[in-house]
Ligand binder design. Sequence first.
Ligand code: TYD
Length: 231
Amino acid sequence: MTAGWFITFEGGEGSGKSTQAKRLADRLTAAGHAVTVTREPGGSPFAERLRAIILDPNLEKHSPLAEALLFASARADHLEQVIRPALAAGHVVICDRFSDSTRVYQGYAGRVEPRLLEALELIIVQHTKPDLTIVVDIPAEIGLARAALRLNPSPAAQAPSEKIPKQPRGLLADRFESRGLDFHKKLREGFLEIARLEPQRCVVVDGQSSPDDVARNVFAAVESRLFTEAR
Ligand code: TYD
């Protein structure tokens, strides 16, 4: 039993979830909540080191299982160093991607046996399951176009919402962004399937709405799913 609330954001590339995670954090902070915003892969010093390896576009060929174990290792450290202590201190922890990304990228759309990933998730996540998962849903074509714009911005073509800097990036897409359209369609299907199977935990919001509307829908989900619940 944790004292805080654990909220995760999930979705495909270019869904706008990182921007929405930050907007939710700002709103909750302004309302007086103690908030920890974090991300995966990464979130702790050790896990950020692993992130740099995992997302390196020049990484040598390696097995899908080896890669899944790197994500698992990063998550184990992130949970231990950051997420669990913050929850124990009563924080709202907002995490940009978490174990559903592994289920979908490595399992559903990837090449690792889903039952193996389930077992790893049980071992690593244990009782620290998200209280709420927001799936920001967007058609793969649109998400990929947005992600391409982020990598190669032409200021005149940018919508205001796209101008929010995400994080410093190189000129190359990371290894997952550079996969084809079919892979990204599969990702979308996978996230929607998880949301369908776990309606208590997951809320799907339409990522094609304006950023303000998405933020309103996210906040409505947080209010109705979490803050009305007695603990
Ligand atoms: P990031 O730049 O954070 O992408 P995004 O803006 O889409 O969140 O890179 C994270 C990449 O790692 C992203 O392509 C999804 C992938 N990923 C996995 O494949 N498995 C995982 O368990 C996690 C957390 C991320």
